[in-house]
Write a protein that binds this ligand. Structure first.
Ligand code: PGA
Length: 253
């Protein structure tokens, strides 16, 4: 398995932690992890309200900051929403798009495609989440993943595709303690590369980084990373525990 690329490990804090103080504590510890692990790009996707604070903690340091969602428009009457440009202006460089927890709230592939475009226009690197609810034996889940990838990337100019990260997150593995097997993740990683080659070309398929997410922890990270060919991880629960998150990041060495 060739691991020629620079790994990327993304923390997805979701709607955590409960206070600004806790956010500062986790941010400081995550900055230290990023400093110790220069072999990887470390990104913290935090609630919008914490973006500026986490950015202040890292300063020009190696921890990069991201959001977990953005709106499709640049500004306007959208109560409660945040534009990609506002995330960028607050210090963000990344944004998660199409997380299954948002798809569950009603986001479909077409809307996700528009958000991908909005993110790249604002010069944010989008982290596109794809994943199946169940693995059926007929392989229908593969067709569904293909549609998620192809639709989400269809509106992007070719020049921005290299900024895209695709996170394969099987829904049944998110927050459940159940992970996909190394073989399943490897198969999916190769399948997504095939889809990208078909939709674009080999060069783009090589450049787009693919990470795995779903119950990644300090114990399973090394095996998942070395065995599956992914470029890194999208980490939910364990990203709020700096000791564990540190181990996950070093597992990508
Ligand atoms: P988890 O979440 O690591 O807690 O399973 C991953 C995610 O939802 O991004």
């Amino acid at each position: 398995m060739s691991q020629t690329k620079h790994p990327v490990v993304i923390a997805n804090w979701k709607m955590n932690p409960a206070t600004q103080n806790e956010a500062k504590t986790i941010a400081k510890a995550t900055v230290a992890i990023a400093k110790k692990n220069t072999h990887a790009t470390v990104v913290a996707c935090v609630p919008h309200i914490y973006i500026a604070e986490v950015k202040k903690t890292t300063g020009q340091g190696p921890l990069l900051v991201g959001a977990q969602n953005c709106h499709v428009d640049v500004k306007g009457a959208y109560t409660g929403e945040h534009a990609a440009m506002q995330i960028k202006d607050a210090g963000g460089n990344y944004v998660i798009v199409g997380h299954s927890e948002r798809r569950k709230m009603g986001e479909g592939n077409e809307l996700i495609a528009k958000k991908m475009l909005a993110a790249t226009v604002a010069k944010l690197s989008p982290i596109l989440c794809v994943g199946e609810e169940v693995r059926d034996t007929q392989g229908n889940f593969l067709t569904m993943i293909e549609t998620q990838v192809v639709t989400a990337l269809s509106a992007l100019p070719k020049s921005r595709l290299k900024d895209v990260i695709i996170a394969y997150e099987p829904i049944w593995a998110i927050g459940t303690g159940a992970t996909a097997t190394v073989a399943d993740v490897e198969e999916m990683q190769m399948f997504i590369k095939k889809v990208l080659t078909k939709q674009f070309d080999r060069t783009i398929a090589r450049h787009v980084r693919i990470v795995y997410g779903g119950s990644v922890n300090a114990d399973n990270a090394r095996e998942l990373f070395t065995g599956s060919g992914v470029d890194g991880f999208l980490v939910g629960g364990a990203s709020l525990k700096p000791v564990d998150f540190g181990k996950i990041v070093s597992a990508t060495k």
